[in-house]
Design a protein around this ligand. Structure first.
Ligand SMILES: Nc1ncnc2c1ncn2[C@@H]1O[C@H](COP(=O)(O)OP(=O)(O)OP(=O)(O)O)[C@@H](O)[C@H]1O
Ligand SMILES: [Mg+2]
Length: 253
């Protein structure tokens, strides 16, 4: 089956080749877990490795910081924009519901004009600030997601979780609409905080059920070896084992 590769080593393997083309994919995690990094890396790799132009829609308060963060990984977004391979579309966090509908339309127009194949929406949580009505919120999110799919874009949508450790997803409603669901979590292992990633669902395909540790390094997200192989190292430890920590972070409530 054809796949849209994230180009993130380890993650594509977990996804049994990559994301499915023209699908919406949710990346959820606590602040600082690496949602934006993962999304930017997906867009950057799309351009640099797979010749797929990309679009980024962000509600960040400080646009310059976005470019700076990308540059720190060696991803020159301004250059890619100048080459017409990338468009970073910044809307103010104060964007209204009405604006958002036109934003959706604008995204579709821009995607068509530049031949974008990938899009990052950072973040979907922003929508929660626009309405307190859950039905309306869902309608806003669905219409954006469906618009992106209609344009044939493969999207990554980020979503914040407020809790830091050991919490299950707060609001699962979006999880039903999206085609894949990736969780990023902080995990406490032997008095240190590590990061872990889990592919919760991948519609229409099998995927790895392993929880993998990952780090954010100079080149972005680096998925590390399955922790299974390391269990032996941990055994006999008087502290919580890595396995127990992971289970607590992802499963236990
Ligand atoms: N150039 C870098 N090199 C190494 N690590 C970095 C670099 N830039 C960011 N990080 C790490 O990535 C983390 C933030 O990642 P990112 O912004 O992707 O998280 P996020 O989940 O989008 O956070 P938020 O919810 O606040 O938007 C930082 O806490 C830092 O540890
Ligand atoms: Mg972010």
């Amino acid at each position: 089956m054809e796949r849209t590769k994230t180009g993130i080593k380890g993650l594509d393997e977990m996804l049994h080749g990559g994301l499915l083309p023209q699908t919406a994919n949710l990346v959820e995690g606590a602040p600082g877990t690496g949602k934006t990094t993962l999304g930017m890396q997906f867009i950057y790799n799309g351009i640099a490795k797979y010749d797929e132009p990309g679009l980024i829609l962000t509600f960040e308060q400080f646009p310059q910081q976005y470019y700076r963060d990308a540059m720190a990984f060696g991803w020159d977004f301004r250059k890619l924009e100048a080459e017409g391979k990338l468009k970073v579309y910044m809307t103010s966090p104060e964007v209204t519901k009405v604006d958002l509908e036109s934003v959706g339309g604008m995204i579709e127009t821009m995607a068509r004009e530049m031949g974008a194949r990938r899009v990052l929406v950072d973040s979907l949580s922003h929508f929660e600030r626009l309405t307190s009505d859950p039905v309306e919120l869902r309608a806003l999110q669905y219409s954006l997601i469906n618009g992106l799919k209609r344009e044939g874009l493969t999207s990554i949508l980020t979503k914040e979780t407020s809790s830091l450790l050991g919490e299950t997803p707060s609001d699962e409603s979006v999880a039903f609409v999206v085609d894949s669901y990736i969780l990023l979590r902080y995990v406490e292992i032997e008095s240190a905080i590590r990061k872990a990633l889990l592919v919760l669902k991948l519609r229409g395909s099998n995927h790895d059920k392993d929880i993998r540790q990952f780090e954010i390094g100079p080149n972005g997200i680096e998925i590390q070896a399955k922790f299974e192989g390391r269990e032996g190292i941990m055994s006999g430890s008087p502290h919580r084992t890595m396995a127990e920590s992971f289970i607590e972070a992802f499963v236990k409530r």
